[in-house]
Ligand binder design. Structure first.
Ligand code: SAM
Length: 282
């Protein structure tokens, strides 16, 4: 029987950040693929806002150290996971829905010699294939926007965290001003489903049993990042058209412009959430 391919999986099949793009960029820089270090990849393998500083912030909020066993949910090409493994010497298990990204993540991790610390599993965040209390920390960056059932994914995070463990994630959050049409457009264009508000994320976290919930507003920071990305993207028009064709260029151009507009009009923003796994959880 044919499998129904989830919209997020289709979206990432066509996404400009891919294993191929990372390897191309390294070739253009004249890097020898046999002598790569994790640092060589950082400029290309992070698919979120705020770069490595944002990963460091999540690392602190999740209390990650060399003793941690971290789960990265919606890990993409495992860029953040490799950074955490290289920086903190922590073990990181990654989960991503996209078969292409999961396979690419494995190859990139092996290429920089981190496969002893970083493991990649292709799975849906709504049904984590791990036993109860398997991890000391769970993180996620700009991935949950694609996951339809947020309550279920947070319940799953709570289930796999051991007591005293910590969850830290960042995601898009809406304000009540985001219209139904704008929500629909976000869903059609980039598989962003069931976008939460700051308050509804707090409620879902509390319902999943998390305690000491901290919600931080990242909207200003993300607005700056988005504006710069749009400028950079437009500056690279010739290269992008040569690589992806004029239609895909225009599609992404409109997507970025739409995003910047939503954030500028305070309908959409970024949030970082962190909380502890209380004794009631595991
Ligand atoms: C914007 S990327 C972020 C990747 C990574 N966290 C990073 O910061 O580099 C979002 C990722 O979420 C993954 N994803 C979407 N829906 C998912 C689901 N239901 N379960 C697991 N991963 C999912 C996508 O395949 C994609 O790789």
């Amino acid at each position: 029987m044919n499998r129904v391919v989830p919209a997020a999986e289709l979206f990432y099949r066509r996404h400009p950040i891919s294993e191929e793009q990372v390897l191309d960029a390294l070739r253009r820089q004249g890097k020898d693929p046999a002598k790569l270090s994790p640092e060589d990849l950082y400029e290309w393998d992070q698919d979120h806002y705020g770069g490595l500083a944002a990963v460091e912030a999540l690392t602190r909020r999740a209390g990650i150290s060399a003793d941690s066993h971290v789960l990265d949910v919606c890990a993409g090409l495992a860029g953040p996971a490799r950074f955490i493994a290289a920086r903190c010497a922590a073990r990181v298990t990654c989960v991503d829905l996209s078969p292409e990204r999961a396979a690419g993540a494995k190859r990139l991790t092996a290429l920089v010699g981190l496969d002893r610390l970083v493991r990649m599993v292709r799975a849906d965040a709504q049904a984590l294939p791990f036993p109860r209390s398997a991890f000391t920390a769970v993180i996620s960056q700009e991935g949950l926007l694609h996951v339809p059932d947020k309550a279920r994914v947070l319940d799953e995070c709570a289930r796999v965290l051991r007591t005293g463990g910590r969850l830290a994630f960042s995601d898009w959050v809406a304000t009540p001003r985001l219209s139904l049409n704008e929500r629909r457009r976000l869903e059609e264009w980039m598989a962003a489903v069931s976008i939460q508000t700051q308050d509804s994320y707090r409620r879902l976290l509390a319902r999943a049993g998390f305690t000491g919930i901290l919600a931080e507003d990242l909207s200003e920071e993300w607005m700056g990042v988005l504006r710069r990305r749009l400028e950079m993207f437009r500056g690279l028009r010739a290269q992008t058209v040569a690589r992806l064709g004029p239609r895909r260029y225009e599609e992404y151009n409109q997507l970025y412009a739409f995003f910047v507009g939503l954030v500028e009009s305070r309908k959409l923003g970024g949030g970082r959430f962190s909380a502890g796994a209380g004794p009631g959880i595991s």
